[in-house]
Design a protein around this ligand. Structure first.
Ligand code: FAD
Length: 430
């Protein structure tokens, strides 16, 4: 009899989850678990919570949804709190498991979690499954991935790679094993969400994708993607992708169906193109690993000095620069910000305020409900000129950006605090 532990990480779904499917096939008894590590969610070195309330809410909703789905198939999700290595190995000992299966995450902290687990003499089997393309289909080795995105994309297109097919959904889950609870206690997570526009979990993800396609929004994506306000100017897939509530392959496969039904257009191509950026930042991790997490990134110039007072102005939306202040208010109020404004506020912090890029990247990590380790690190390095940008960094002119994207001031009026007025969330009114 084989007993396995399945450790859910950033793959909180049952559809297109090859690692979980494999665990279900290999096990006679299966213990699905999730671990909340309070230490990892504690304060950053910059003095704020690493996982602020919006991210917390979205995560908890996603976990609850997964639990409901597992229960509907006769299984369950056991949620523990504690240091990952201690908790996962205790759980595997409690059920006498022969191995732990999980998704592979190729970022330093996540690699270290698995390394520590392996040192506690439990076998850990990891499965790479978070990209749209299968790494072994790529027409080059990881070491030879082109540094420049355009060259990467051209090679992928020349090889005719679009996406890897999603695997069939899990239909049968082995029973959960009996286990001794005195050693380890599960916790109850209460997801009291105040997020109006984004509901965590695989169920909401599938509904969101369906309505996005049913309403033919891909057709206008290319024209609207740099706008700032509303739910429809961009896909808003990112929160669900970040926790793996849906896979990039599922989205790409649905886009492919969409193209067969309605024809391919600029919009469908650009959505795929953006998902390819997501893959690119993932695959760069296989090439550069921890170098991407040095304070210099891939460059050799040290970060600027950290100024606490300036940082508080930037985070709190008190710089005196309207577009920046409005954007930073939107970010802390909703946990989401358009791609264009992410670029502009990042540039403003790095090039206008001359701040340490690492503190600002950590602020994004804390606030964003779509925080994704690869995309956040990759984009910050890119803008800061410490990644693979052939232009050596991206400085945006705020006056020009304001004129191009908010010439009538609508966005700034929506988010700037007026004296005596509370800031309404734009998305609340949708
Ligand atoms: P759409 O425009 O609809 O794009 C579709 C999908 O393509 C997105 O869901 C996303 O998965 C992918 N994508 C789009 N743009 C990018 C990009 N530049 N890099 C990587 N993938 C992309 N994205 C995150 O998911 N998590 C992050 O933590 C994150 N941090 C960022 C930090 C900075 C400084 C910047 C400039 C960008 C960051 N992004 C991050 C990328 C991008 O801003 C978001 O993916 C996008 O705004 C999400 O909204 P959407 O789903 O509507 O995107």
């Amino acid at each position: 009899m084989t007993t396995l532990v399945y450790w859910f990480r950033q793959d909180l779904r049952l559809a297109d989850n090859p690692a979980f499917l494999r665990a279900c096939a290999d096990a006679d008894y299966l213990l699905p678990i999730y671990v909340v590590d309070p230490e990892a969610e504690a304060k950053t070195e910059w003095g704020f919570d690493r996982v602020a309330s919006h991210r917390q809410a979205f995560l908890r909703e996603s976990i609850e949804d997964l639990k409901r789905q597992l229960r509907a198939l006769g299984s369950d999700l056991f949620v523990f709190s504690g240091e990952i290595q201690a908790v996962v190995s205790l759980a595997s000992i409690a059920v006498n498991a022969t191995a732990i299966y999980c998704e592979q995450i190729e970022a330093p902290e996540e690699i270290d979690q698995v390394t520590r687990l392996q040192s506690s003499s439990v076998e850990v089997k990891q499965f790479w499954q978070s990209s749209m393309l299968e790494p072994h289909d790529l027409p080059f080795d990881f070491a030879a991935i082109p540094d420049v995105f355009t060259a990467f994309r051209q090679k992928v297109e020349k090889a005719n790679l679009k996406f890897a097919n999603p695997v069939p959904p899990v239909t049968r889950i082995p029973p959960t094993p009996a286990w001794r609870t005195q050693q380890i206690q599960t916790i109850d997570l209460h997801a009291e969400s105040h997020l109006k526009s984004f509901k965590g979990g695989e169920t909401a993800a599938a509904l969101h994708l369906k309505q996005y396609l049913d309403r033919r929004l891909p057709d206008t994506y290319k024209q609207t993607r740099n706008q700032l306000m509303g739910m429809d100017y961009s896909s808003k897939f990112s929160p669900w992708l970040s926790l793996g509530c849906m896979s990039a392959r599922t989205i790409a496969a649905e886009l492919d169906n969409y193209e067969s039904k309605y024809g391919a257009n600029d919009g469908t191509y650009w959505l795929w193109f953006e998902l390819l950026w997501r893959d690119y930042f993932r695959f760069l991790h296989f090439k550069y690993g921890r170098k991407l997490y040095r304070k210099t990134g891939l460059s050799d110039h040290p970060p600027s000095k950290f100024g606490r007072a300036q940082f508080a102005q930037w985070c709190g939306g008190h710089t005196g620069e309207g577009l920046i202040d409005a954007a930073m208010t939107e970010l802390s109020t909703t946990g989401y910000l358009s791609n264009r404004l992410r670029q502009v506020v990042a540039s403003y912090w790095i090039y206008d305020m001359k701040g340490d890029w690492r503190a600002a990247a950590a602020w994004f990590e804390s606030q964003l409900i779509d925080y994704d380790v690869y995309s956040n690190q990759g984009n910050w390095l890119y803008i800061a000129g410490r990644g693979t940008d052939p232009r050596g960094g991206r400085a945006f002119n705020v006056a020009k950006q304001t004129n191009d994207h908010d010439s009538n001031g609508k966005y700034r009026r929506r988010w700037l605090k007026q004296s005596g007025e509370s800031v309404k969330t734009e998305l609340d009114e949708e």
